[in-house]
Design a protein around this ligand. Structure first.
Ligand code: GLN
Length: 542
């Protein structure tokens, strides 16, 4: 029988519920269980594809082409599995399925209502997780938002019903315990209120995981236990630590896995934490540093500077750096700075490597092109991801091939040299305003050129799969001139039409890809292009 672990949040959003869920998954995996995870996003958007990065952080791309909330990325990185798009459930998907069923007469004349019809549809989706494996011991279900939000009420109702219907369910509530500065004390009242709301809905949590700056003491644990109707043992402290990959160890120290298994009447099987423990211990000891600059544009949200839009790029840098025994110092640079103050471009000198990540639209593009010119001319290792590769092609066309005014048609429709242009079938899609889930999405193969650097980085594999999310490509008309002037397209789609990878010989490391290899980077298994970047950065530093 499948066991469900339902994770809800309370008090505030942004607690790191995704990391918490992924870490619970990790301890179960390390105890020998087969685990997958589902993310419920209560918004009405069908998927995250049309969400602005500064609105909701990174859009995660699955192997099968789903555009999803970044939490799925945490699950993949911690559990080391590919998670398909059906493991993301949104209000938009649930309602459109219910309405479609109603329109085709499938409810046989019944009044279609939130309960039971919408909740039944939610349960149906939770009970049918997809993946390479079909049999799981555990399905983790994270419900987005916090208890008390209007928009997640039906999802909470659906998971409440699951236990009533005899499913094996464990409810985990993640809350925040703030320390009131003026009093100097950790306050449990917000947690008490949050659990009260949850119990009003009919859910009694089995575990309360408290997020806090410092570890939660026994006094506060007992207080939460008493007021929230659980045992003090089942209040798990999840305080801030230096490295999120250490959270599973924090849970293991508090025997969370053993406690979950006991409640479900399961026996503890294996327990293999050594590899993970050694990995974290190694990372903590690293002292050699390298400086990586990420030149993007989705950083400023109101008065705050956030890196959420590039989380997978940042994680991929970390995995690669740790693999090469260095500690990455990542700096986020807003490319628009170089448009306002062109002279500031020399500040890039201090970096051991530069990444220009993916992006959309006009803003910040000139600053990115200036960045690429600088790193190309000054031998700074470079990795261009999707837009970062497209702009490297634009820069090369302008400044090396002499195609003055070359551009991507995403930025300038009337450019004399459209070196980057729509993938042909995208023209119709965009003219008809069909923006949802219509980019070139998900994993596609590329054939790597013999003897190229890229092929070497991929362990001399001939065919590799990476995930994509784009509407534009290198215009085939300009390949000859670009290659004649020294740019090498070292990976192409199997039909030879799409340029998937590029590199520049006679440069310490100048690479680009139309794909997003960051989505496949995992702890202990860095993405090859990132690994190559860090190796080049290390060499430059030495
Ligand atoms: N905007 C570009 C395109 O659609 C690049 C997309 C990206 O960087 N993911 O092709």
């Amino acid at each position: 029988m499948v066991n469900y672990i339902i994770v809800t949040g309370g008090v505030i959003s942004g607690l790191g519920k995704g990391i918490t869920t992924a870490s619970i998954g990790k301890i179960l995996v390390n105890h020998g269980y087969k685990v997958t995870a589902i993310k419920i996003d209560p918004y009405i958007n069908f998927d995250a594809g049309t969400l602005r990065p500064t609105e909701h952080g990174e859009v995660w791309v699955t192997e099968d082409g789903g555009e999803i909330d970044q939490d799925l990325g945490h699950y993949e990185r911690f559990l080391d599995i590919n998670i398909p798009k059906c493991n993301n459930i949104t209000t938009g998907q649930v309602y459109s399925a219910v309405i479609e069923k109603e329109r085709s007469g499938k409810y046989l004349g019944k009044t279609v209502q939130p309960i039971p019809h919408v909740t039944d549809e939610i349960k149906r989706r939770i009970r049918a997780p997809g993946g390479e494996e079909t049999k799981f011991d555990f399905v983790l279900v994270e419900i987005g938002g916090t208890v008390g939000d209007y928009e997640n009420v039906l999802f909470l109702e659906a998971v409440r019903q699951m236990k009533l219907e005899g499913e094996k369910v464990i409810y985990v509530h993640v809350t925040y315990v703030p320390v009131l500065k003026s009093v100097g004390e950790a306050k449990t009242k917000p947690t008490q209120h949050s659990v009260k709301l949850l119990r009003e809905i009919g859910i009694q949590p089995d575990f309360i995981i408290t997020r806090s700056e410092k570890p939660l003491d026994d006094v506060r644990k007992e207080k939460i236990a008493l007021f929230c109707n659980i045992s003090g043992e089942d209040v798990i402290s999840d305080s801030n630590i230096d490295n999120v990959y250490g959270v599973p160890l924090l849970f293991e120290e508090q025997e969370l896995c053993k406690k979950i298994l006991k409640k479900l009447g399961l026996r503890k099987e294996e327990n293999d934490f050594n590899a993970w423990k050694n990995y974290i211990a190694k990372i903590r000891k690293l002292d050699k540093k390298i400086k990586i600059g990420i030149v993007g544009k989705y950083f400023d949200i109101g008065a705050f500077k956030l890196s959420d839009a590039y989380i997978s790029v940042i994680e991929a840098v970390k995995h690669a750096a740790w693999n090469n025994n260095v500690r990455p110092e990542i700096e986020w640079i807003d490319s628009k700075i170089f448009e306002k103050h062109p002279r500031k471009i020399v500040n890039l000198k201090k970096f051991d490597a530069i990444i220009v990540p993916g992006g959309f639209g006009l803003s910040g593009v000139d600053g990115k092109i200036a960045t690429i010119k600088y790193v190309r001319e000054n031998n700074i290792p470079y990795l261009g991801l999707c837009l970062g590769m497209q702009l490297a092609v634009v820069e090369y066309a302008r400044n090396v091939c002499g195609l003055k005014g070359a551009n991507t048609t995403e930025v300038e429709k009337t450019t004399p040299y459209p070196v980057i242009d729509f993938i042909p079938d995208q023209v119709k899609i965009v003219t008809e305003s069909r923006y949802g889930a219509t980019m070139r999405l998900g994993a596609y193969p590329a054939i790597l050129a013999d003897g190229s650097l890229i092929r070497k980085l991929y362990n001399d594999q001939n065919k590799v799969y990476e995930r994509h999310r784009h509407r534009y490509e290198v215009n085939p008309k300009y390949i000859e001139i670009l290659e004649k002037k020294g740019l090498v397209f070292s990976g192409r789609s199997p039909d030879g039409i799409l340029m998937e990878f590029m590199e520049l010989p006679n440069h310490p490391y100048f690479t680009g890809t139309q794909a997003h290899p960051e989505f496949k980077s995992r702890p202990m298994k860095p993405a090859p292009l990132f690994d190559g970047l860090i190796k080049a950065a290390k060499k430059k530093k030495e």
